[in-house]
Design a protein around this ligand. Structure first.
Ligand SMILES: Nc1nc2c(ncn2[C@@H]2O[C@H](COP(=O)(O)OP(=O)(O)OP(=O)(O)O)[C@@H](O)[C@H]2O)c(=O)[nH]1
Ligand SMILES: [Mg+2]
Length: 304
């Protein structure tokens, strides 16, 4: 990792907030690369997702989290515990909320999670690109400032990147001096198979509706390099809870599964930079969201 000077900074930063406010979009923007899946539906992210941002004089380890919400069922409990756990022992927290929310209601359930946080918290008021009348922004900032001692409140757009550099500077200002924790070229600590499973799950969120994406989990069974690393062969299974959901994911004559597979393959080829053969299957695992063993098998277990 080389010499570390006294003014090298490093630290862990949790990105938290209500579901769907743009946490994963913000993580991707801060990294300058897409590693977390994004969808218009709430509760897309289920695991903690680490994104490592290394600069010559700093390394920030961002931790994207599931949206803070009242948990329902065992998967929901895992997601809530994952988000709560991510707040422990970090050097700073970015609390993401939306500039667009109607009325004066604040994200109370998510704010409640900040009660026991010891680290300094920044507020990122996201999606300002959707608010043409900037006069609406100030009252929201004031309401949040009155509710919690945020170190700074910064209106941003994670989608367009507006003011994300300002947010990054504010984060950096909160971090202590310290060495890099990870090799300087490392982007995440998740295995490739996790990224592949998430990329497939993203298409389920984008292409299927109602309960289907929520009842789906993806497991990569095989990921092998072929032709000396010039091609990737991936075999993955989409698990759903009921035969009717399986029928939807496969679609008429296999049309939906084909769309899911093609879209995921394009993303994976862009990421890995080699042609990908994606062998995609669908299986029913009844009520897996209620089953501890199935949750563990699909990667929904607390690791730290
Ligand atoms: N217009 C606009 N849309 C945004 C912005 N940031 C995020 N979005 C959209 O908001 C939706 C949710 O984004 P995500 O990044 O998945 O939100 P999240 O907070 O990670 O959601 P969960 O993982 O479900 O908690 C997606 O449709 C994004 O494209 C923004 O700055 N402007
Ligand atoms: Mg997310």
């Amino acid at each position: 990792m080389g010499e570390v000077s006294n003014d090298h900074k490093s630290g862990f930063v949790a990105i938290v907030g209500r579901p769907n406010v743009g946490k994963s979009t913000l993580l991707n923007r801060l990294l300058g690369q897409k590693i977390a899946i994004v969808s218009p539906k709430p509760q897309t992210t289920r695991n903690r997702i680490t994104g490592i941002r290394t600069r010559p004089d700093s390394q920030i380890v961002y931790v994207d989290t599931p949206g803070l919400h009242q948990p329902r069922g065992k998967l929901g409990e895992f997601m809530a515990a994952t988000a709560a756990r991510a707040l422990e022992g970090v050097d700073a927290v970015v609390f993401v909320t939306e500039a667009t929310a109607g009325g004066v209601a604040l994200d109370e359930a998510a704010l409640a999670a900040l009660a026991e946080v010891e680290a300094p918290v920044l507020l990122a008021l996201n999606k300002i690109d959707l608010v043409p009348d900037k006069r609406r922004i100030l009252p929201r900032l004031e309401a949040y400032a009155a509710r919690y001692p945020f170190r700074e409140l910064i209106p941003i757009s994670a989608s367009t990147g507006q003011s994300v550099d300002r947010l990054e500077a504010a984060i950096l200002a909160l971090l202590p001096a310290g060495p890099a924790f990870y090799p300087r070229d490392q982007l995440t600590d998740q295995p490739e198979t996790f990224f592949v499973a998430e990329t497939i799950r993203e298409q389920l969120f984008l292409l299927t509706r109602q309960e289907v994406p929520y009842a789906a989990a993806v497991r990569v069974q095989e990921l092998v390099e072929r032709e000396g690393g010039n091609r990737l062969y991936i075999r993955a299974v989409i698990f759903v809870e009921q035969p009717s959901q399986k029928a939807i994911v496969i679609g008429e004559g296999g049309a939906m599964l084909k769309r899911i597979g093609q879209a995921a393959r394009r993303e994976l080829e862009a990421f890995f930079g080699v042609p990908v053969y994606l062998d995609l299957w669908v299986q029913v695992r009844r009520h897996w969201r209620r089953n501890e063993a199935a949750l563990r098998e699909f990667g929904y277990r607390l690791t730290s």
